[in-house]
Design a protein around this ligand. Structure first.
Ligand code: PCA
Length: 214
């Protein structure tokens, strides 16, 4: 089995991105599956073009994209990506699209096709703070998750999803009150997410309540 794992470079005011550091540290083989790691720029369009090229080249069975969600305390596995770019800060090439459709011929939204509930369940069992998120925002992470799922829908049997990571301790030294998580825990969490995605590749996700009232 082949897994395409992507991670963003640093953006906004940050000097590092936990996603690219996790990408560096994660093993290249997990449970017999080969991991293809791709560092992508935090840039609308360009990030997705790189992923499209990689899909054609590698023909992965699973695509998992990683990004930073600064301020979140938990590893968050995204449930859904929506067909809209609405940026409140520039991307790394100065683009700031507002209310632009990502794909004219795409669905309004795509649900993750990796087993989000089984992943959360296992992470909690392993005592790693983890939760489902029902919004990946409208910046480059939602863009890439949407593009992953749009592209996956054009090929047979590719599962795709997105995981947001908290800040690293280094990033919050001058941000009193903001949550962080150490790199080792995040690497372990992504490794578990990969393992569960492999295990569930041809199975339905488990049904456990992880919803919210708001
Ligand atoms: N996080 C941003 C884009 C790149 C990243 O790591 C986001 O959540 O949209």
């Amino acid at each position: 089995m082949k897994i395409l794992l992507t991670g963003f470079d640093a953006f906004g005011d940050e000097k590092i991105n936990p996603a690219s550091l996790v990408l560096e540290k994660i093993p290249e083989n997990i449970d017999g599956a080969d991991l293809y790691k791709e560092l992508i720029p935090t840039v609308f369009g360009k990030s997705a073009s790189i992923i499209e090229e990689k899909i054609k080249e590698i023909r992965p069975d699973i695509i998992i994209s990683l990004g930073q969600a600064g301020g979140r305390s938990h590893i968050t596995v995204e449930r859904v990506a929506i067909n809209i770019d609405d940026a409140s800060i520039d991307d790394n090439e100065g683009n700031r699209p507002v209310d632009r459709k990502i794909r004219e011929d795409g669905e309004p939204a795509y649900f993750a096709t990796i087993p989000i509930k089984a992943i959360i369940n296992k992470l909690k069992e392993e005592k790693i703070p983890a939760a489902i998120s029902n919004t990946a925002g409208t910046y480059v992470c939602n863009h890439v998750m949407y593009q992953d799922l749009y592209l996956a829908s054009k090929y047979k049997n590719i599962r795709a999803g997105f995981i947001h990571l908290p800040f690293l301790p280094d990033q919050v030294i001058d941000k009193n009150g903001l949550a962080s998580m150490d790199l080792e825990t995040m690497v372990r969490a992504v490794e578990i997410a990969v393992k569960i995605s492999i295990e569930f590749h041809n199975r339905d996700d488990i049904k456990i309540a992880q919803g919210r009232t708001h």
